[in-house]
Design a protein around this ligand. Structure first.
Ligand SMILES: Cc1ncc(COP(=O)(O)O)c(C=O)c1O
Length: 375
């Protein structure tokens, strides 16, 4: 049986056009982009072009893009960079209870250095209430970081409104857009954010590359000190190879029409599941304000990991972890107050460019027999 990949929120394959754009940089343009001679020319020009491609997708200036090693580094740079720069002004950071560990862990680290962090709650669909943000901001608040869309359930946050609230109070606003880029619009002018994180391997670029958008005028302490690469904001000889990959991937995902097919397929998947399992299958996340490729469903009374183990050849993720025979809900489902007997049966299916209708039909068929076996 052909393996079926429904875990695009975990990672995506490299698009063939991205691989083709990168190939010359694997073999030829080996010069250091900072050098002043002929061997640097190709790499330097490619790096500039890649900045431009990422900036074009986000609708910002090229010099506002800093390449990083991925989404985690971009998030760390935003959080730690702002804290190290503004700690004399204030020590308070606001984030949410449903952020990716690449936000939660740096926040915990900064707490050890004296930061105070407020973790905003979410409602049952995974949405933050902007009024909660409004009341959480104090004169000591230096940064708000709220993810654009959640990786597990796909719920999209009211970023425009939250960023406006932060701006009115003179507080910097960061969003982790690792999951939203290429799936929904991520126009900086509309979002109104000061900092935004990008993770290459979620949008058909390679792993090991990402970017942080830093609004002009926002200066933050680098994580990696050294020579003046990336405008002095991230030291280390730039990889033209990886930058070209991210740049090309950004160019390709710019056309969001491609997501319409995936959106329709995802909705058809959900309808098929409802038809088969009616109220024994529950949707986690917001019914509408949700990433178009993400379907987090709970099979009531079942254990997600056990179902997945029997769905051999199907790659997807669970929303729960099994520790010593006990099922522990993910922090995201817990924050959404999903009941344990529902949440333990959660599976996240995330579709992408390669997903075809036959695969969805097959997975539904398999689910029907697996659930019949385990009931
Ligand atoms: C929302 C979110 N933020 C950050 C990351 C981390 O990105 P990277 O794997 O590029 O470090 C991920 C990856 O799973 C993610 O889903």
């Amino acid at each position: 049986m052909r393996p079926i990949y429904l875990d695009y929120n975990a990672s995506t394959p490299i698009d063939p056009a991205v691989a083709a754009a990168m190939r010359p940089f694997l073999e030829d343009h080996y010069g250091n982009p900072s050098s002043g001679h002929w061997a640097a020319t190709g790499a330097k020009a490619a790096l500039e072009r890649a900045h431009g491609q990422v900036a074009a997708l986000l609708n910002c200036h090229s010099d506002e893009i800093v390449f990083t090693s991925g989404g985690s580094e971009a998030n760390n740079l935003a959080l730690k960079g702002v804290f190290f720069t503004l700690r004399d002004k204030g020590d308070h950071i606001i984030t949410t209870q449903i952020e990716h560990p690449a936000i939660i862990a740096p926040c915990r680290f900064l707490e050890r250095l004296g930061a105070r962090v407020t973790y905003l709650p979410v409602d049952g669909s995974g949405r933050v209430d902007p009024d909660d943000l409004r009341t959480a901001i104090t004169p000591r608040t230096i940064l708000v970081s709220i993810m654009h869309a959640n990786n597990e359930v796909g719920t999209i946050q009211p970023i425009e409104e939250c960023a406006r609230i932060a701006r009115e109070r003179g507080v910097l606003f960061h969003t982790d857009a690792a999951q939203s880029i290429g799936k929904i619009p991520t126009n900086i002018a509309e979002l109104g954010v000061d900092l935004l994180s990008v993770a290459g391997h979620k949008l058909y670029a390679p792993k090991g590359v990402g970017a942080l958008f830093m609004r002009r005028g926002v200066t933050i302490e680098p994580l990696i000190h050294g020579a003046g690469h990336e405008g002095g904001r991230r030291a280390g000889t730039e990889s033209a190879l990886l930058a070209v990959g991210l740049g090309k991937a950004c160019e390709l995902v710019g056309d969001l029409k491609q997501t319409e097919r995936v959106h329709a397929l995802r909705d058809r998947f959900w309808q098929m599941l409802r038809k088969q399992f009616s109220d024994d299958v529950v949707l986690n996340g917001h019914p509408v304000l949700r990433l178009p490729n993400t379907l987090n469903v709970a099979f009531v009374g079942h254990i997600g990991a056990e179902i997945l183990a029997r769905l051999d050849g199907v790659a997807a993720s669970t929303g729960s972890a099994c520790h010593a025979g006990r099922v522990e809900l993910s922090p995201v489902l817990k924050a959404m107050k999903v009941a344990p007997h529902i949440g333990m049966g959660a599976i996240r299916f995330s579709l992408g460019r390669g997903t075809v209708p036959d695969e969805i039909d097959f997975v539904v068929e398999r689910l029907v027999s697996v659930l019949a076996e385990t009931t």
